[in-house]
Design a protein around this ligand. Structure first.
Ligand code: NAI
Ligand SMILES: NCC(=O)COP(=O)(O)O
Length: 352
């Protein structure tokens, strides 16, 4: 393929005090990337140069991209010199926010088909006065989208099976979860998920496993009432509304992940679903990270453009040491390229 027709992606550096710059420098030496996309990094060349020098001083054998040769859009910031590696604060938060904003502006202007984001720290954003729960909400707000979702996709390196997980609620305190979960919210998330499965993965008749909220899915109201009160009735309605989908649930949350675990690890005779709908952050992300910490990709669904991100955070505890793994960042770039390609094709049938 002519390289000029490859998907154009913009890659943010994330929080300059975290491992974002390091995983970018490591990912950019992955030879396959130049064959599948045109990548432009957005951030500060001085951050990349400083990270490059610091990492090589500690580990001379590291394979890193040359910062001077990276195709980069410079975002200037007056306090760049004050970033302290390993410490997210108001300065690093303001800088990572500026990188993301410029990436969104350029994507909305049509320069790029997808954004890949390195991690930011929510606490650093808050310190800088940017009161968003995460990058997802900024992307949705700037894109003018009210219905969006946080989904995680990972392909098993052992069996090739793909785990797709959507979170019904995301960055809210656990005590707020039962209040946030409503039939309307579930309708919106399920609708987004079914659209994503068809549009991005070519799965028109999916099976979707939906978790319960309480232990044993409430055990007929003895261990919690949400299932009886609205989740089961909502599911019955949803089965009528989406006859093309096989909706399974509410599945007791502890057992929902047994067959995905087997399919991920051993490819046994196990019945799996095309996607898993978890009701809150840790219900979905504990199994995803347990199985797939180096492979999973966070993707925002419902946006008018593609957005992916590694599944890990800023890892301030290891920033500057040279030990951060770039696998999830590489997977995020590859998935973004695949999704852009997929969205530009007429829908194709796909089996998991
Ligand atoms: N997409 C994003 O922007 C995300 C941002 N975060 C943010 O990151 C910050 C830190 O969050 P944590 O919960 O500590 O999660 P984290 O993912 O940053 O770190 C958890 C543990 O995993 C290790 N780790 C993470 N990524 C690694 C990698 N690539 N290679 C090797 N080890 C790695 C860290 O050293 C740490 O021990 C928070 O401010 C959070 O808001 C967290 C998750 C996603
Ligand atoms: N736990 C996932 C996460 O924090 C992703 O947040 P973001 O992509 O919204 O920044």
């Amino acid at each position: 393929m002519d390289c000029m027709s490859l998907p154009r992606l913009i890659l943010t550096l994330g929080d300059p005090a975290g491992i974002g710059p390091e995983v970018v420098l490591k990912a950019l030496v992955e030879p396959e990337l130049v064959q599948i996309c045109q990548l432009t990094v957005i951030g500060s060349r001085s951050v990349l140069t400083q990270t490059h020098g610091q990492l090589l001083a500690k580990n001379p054998g590291l394979n890193l991209a040359d910062p001077e040769k990276i195709n980069l859009l410079e975002v200037d910031h007056p306090n760049l010199e004050e970033v302290s590696v390993g410490r997210g604060d108001a300065i690093s938060g303001a800088i990572s926010f500026a990188y993301l904003n410029e990436a969104i502006a350029r994507t909305l202007a049509g320069e790029f088909a997808g954004i890949v984001t390195a991690p930011i720290a929510k606490s650093a954003w808050q310190a800088a006065g940017h009161n968003y729960p995460g990058q997802t909400e900024v992307l949705a707000s700037r894109a003018g989208v009210e219905r969006f979702g946080m989904a995680f996709v990972g392909r098993s390196p052992f069996t090739g099976w793909t785990l797709r997980t959507l979170l019904a609620t995301t960055h809210i305190p656990l005590k707020a979860v039962p209040l946030a979960l409503t039939p309307e919210l579930m309708d919106s998330k399920l609708d987004l998920l079914l659209t994503c499965l068809a549009q991005d993965f070519g799965i028109d008749k999916p099976s979707v496993a939906i978790a319960g909220l309480n232990p044993h899915s409430g055990e007929e109201g003895k261990l919690g009432e949400e299932e009886q009160n609205w989740l089961i009735p909502w599911l019955e309605q949803a089965r009528k509304k989406y006859p093309q989908a096989k909706l399974i649930g509410p599945i007791p949350p502890d057992t929902m992940w047994v067959s995905p675990g087997k399919a991920w690890l051993t490819d046994g005779q196990t019945t799996v679903s095309d996607a898993y709908l978890a009701l809150y952050h840790d219900q979905g992300l504990i199994p995803v990270k347990l199985l797939a910490f180096d492979q999973a990709i966070n993707t925002t669904i419902g946006l008018p453009f593609v957005r992916t991100s590694p599944d890990h955070g800023t890892a301030f505890d290891i920033a500057g040491q040279g030990i951060a793994r770039a696998d999830s960042m590489i997977a995020a770039i590859k998935l973004a390229a695949e999704l852009v390609e997929q969205r530009s094709q007429p829908s194709a049938n796909h089996t998991n």
